[in-house]
Ligand binder design. Structure first.
Ligand SMILES: [Zn+2]
Length: 484
């Protein structure tokens, strides 16, 4: 059955985005722990119970009460280099991480925000156990900014700097285990104003624009979970539903579409918080939290943003993504589509480094990062995270020096993902991918062709013998010539 197309204007779709990006700093926001989040073997586990407290207004936060009623016990995994006494709430925080502050200011400026004069660190109540202290430190850096999209100004309400929470490992019978190494990693939170009269796809595009703008600092962490989105969705005059933890920008449109359909099917929409699942659907999490969730952090003194610091950061602001996009198209000869995809890619920096250093055709490099890797992951189960910067640099150096043809790239990547400690030159040897000469190809073609054989069959047999060692177009040309 054909699904009826939803008229999003008519149903009055309204959405607000909150985008969280992990900053790639050396240390955490309020301690000297590493932000690598690489350690997997916990040195110990801390057990805690949490109790709900009444706020100063003498009313208990509904969401907090709900979590408390679930009466769970929390287990926190501690890792040697990535968790300290500050992370465990046993020691007061150190002063604010200057590197993280400067990146947050950069982002606020790139999003046309006005900077606050003095930063006040606040505590935000967190009662799902994802921080052992029961709160998360957060501070507003910039306010009232905008980005342009299709000629319209999209309002940015705030750019905040905050601590990431711990990542959940498992939950069984009221026992929840968290990994403390993600706790305290600097996170920038960007909030948009209410987006009205946009389709889900357009809202996703807006999120991408914000993401690309932030990534231009070169200081955003990579990989799944490094960029996470919360959003709220409402239709007509119905209640607002909050959706937490969309792990991929490319999933946003689908999540909104499915949520709209869910709300349209309900007689009455309830105010609630839902969790995003990897397939784009959502599940009920808890009632929508009340407003009184922020109170001052007295362990950290307010920080003044000096004029000198702002001037210094303004001078070093990165190339705006719009300029980068047109440069990729005009100078690097990327198609519009490929240019946009590489801008969104985690491999953007590496792409720029390679095309600057090596004499290779930029579209080939971009295509490898954007399409080849995805294909290998999807179709052949290749684990792309095993491939390092060094592998790619060696690979494109070999291509620049004509030690391989571009057709050999997928096979070499497949090999290196399985044997990450091996080198590209060894992969070329092991896989027999040394390019063949035209004279050799001519010889093979002559041996293959028999009278009456079809062109397609001849090309197929020859390709199976020379795959990855010569350009497929050259093969077709030589076979055609030989069959004349
Ligand atoms: Zn720490």
């Amino acid at each position: 059955m054909l699904e009826e197309k939803i008229n999003y204007k008519k149903i009055g779709l309204k959405a607000g985005l909150e985008i969280h990006l992990q900053l790639d700093t050396r240390n955490k926001l309020f301690c000297n722990c590493s932000t690598a989040i690489k350690e997997r073997e916990p040195m110990m586990v801390i057990k805690r119970k949490q109790h709900v407290v009444q706020s100063e207004l003498l009313e208990t936060d509904l969401a907090a009460q709900y979590e408390f009623m679930r009466n769970r016990t929390f287990y926190y995994q501690v890792f040697p280099k990535e968790v300290c006494l500050i992370c465990c709430d046993e020691e007061p925080p150190l002063p604010l991480n200057q590197e993280a502050l400067e990146i947050a200011i950069q982002i606020a400026l790139l999003l046309n925000c006005s900077l606050v004069e003095e930063i006040h660190v606040m505590r935000k109540t967190v009662i799902d156990g994802s921080t052992p202290m029961g709160f998360q430190r957060t501070m507003v850096i910039g306010k009232d900014g905008f980005i342009k999209y299709k000629g319209k100004k999209i309002p940015i309400t705030h750019v905040s700097l905050e601590e990431d929470a711990a990542a959940i490992v498992k939950e069984e019978n009221g026992n929840v285990t968290y990994r403390l190494n993600r706790l305290g990693v600097p996170l920038v939170e960007i909030g948009t104003g209410l987006l009205v009269n946009f389709s889900p796809k357009e809202i996703e595009e807006i999120a991408y624009l914000i993401g690309i703008t932030c990534k231009s600092t070169g200081k955003i962490k990579k990989g799944i979970g490094a960029i996470r989105q919360d959003l709220n969705v409402s239709i007509k005059k119905d209640e607002r539903v909050e959706i937490k933890g969309v792990q991929e920008l490319g999933l946003l449109a689908k999540v909104i579409e499915l949520e709209v359909k869910r709300q349209l099917a309900l007689p009455k929409v309830e105010k609630e918080t839902r969790a995003a699942l990897p397939d784009g659907t959502t599940k009920y999490l808890r009632p929508l939290p009340g407003a009184a969730r922020l109170y001052p952090e007295t362990d950290v003194v307010p920080v003044t943003i000096s004029k000198e610091l702002v001037e210094k950061i303004k001078k070093e602001l990165p190339e705006p993504w719009t300029k980068k996009l047109s440069r990729f198209k005009s100078k690097l000869k990327l198609s519009d589509d490929l240019a946009k995809q590489i801008l969104r890619s985690d491999y953007l920096e590496l792409f720029e480094k390679i095309v600057e250093r090596e004499k290779v055709r930029p579209p080939v490099v971009a295509n490898t990062f954007v399409n080849t890797l995805k294909d290998l992951e999807k179709r052949e189960g290749v684990e792309a995270e095993n491939l390092s910067e060094k592998h790619f640099i060696e690979l494109f150096k070999a291509l620049a020096k004509k030690k391989i043809v571009k057709e050999a790239i997928p096979e070499i990547l497949k090999y290196l993902a399985k044997k990450p400690s091996d080198t590209v030159s060894n992969a070329i040897k092991e896989l027999n991918l040394k390019p063949i000469r035209i004279s050799e190809l001519n010889k093979i073609v002559k041996e293959v062709i028999t009278p009456g054989m079809s062109f397609e069959k001849a090309v197929g047999i020859v390709m199976s013998k020379v795959r990855g060692r010569i350009d497929a177009e050259v093969v077709m040309k030589v076979v055609k010539e030989a069959m004349k």
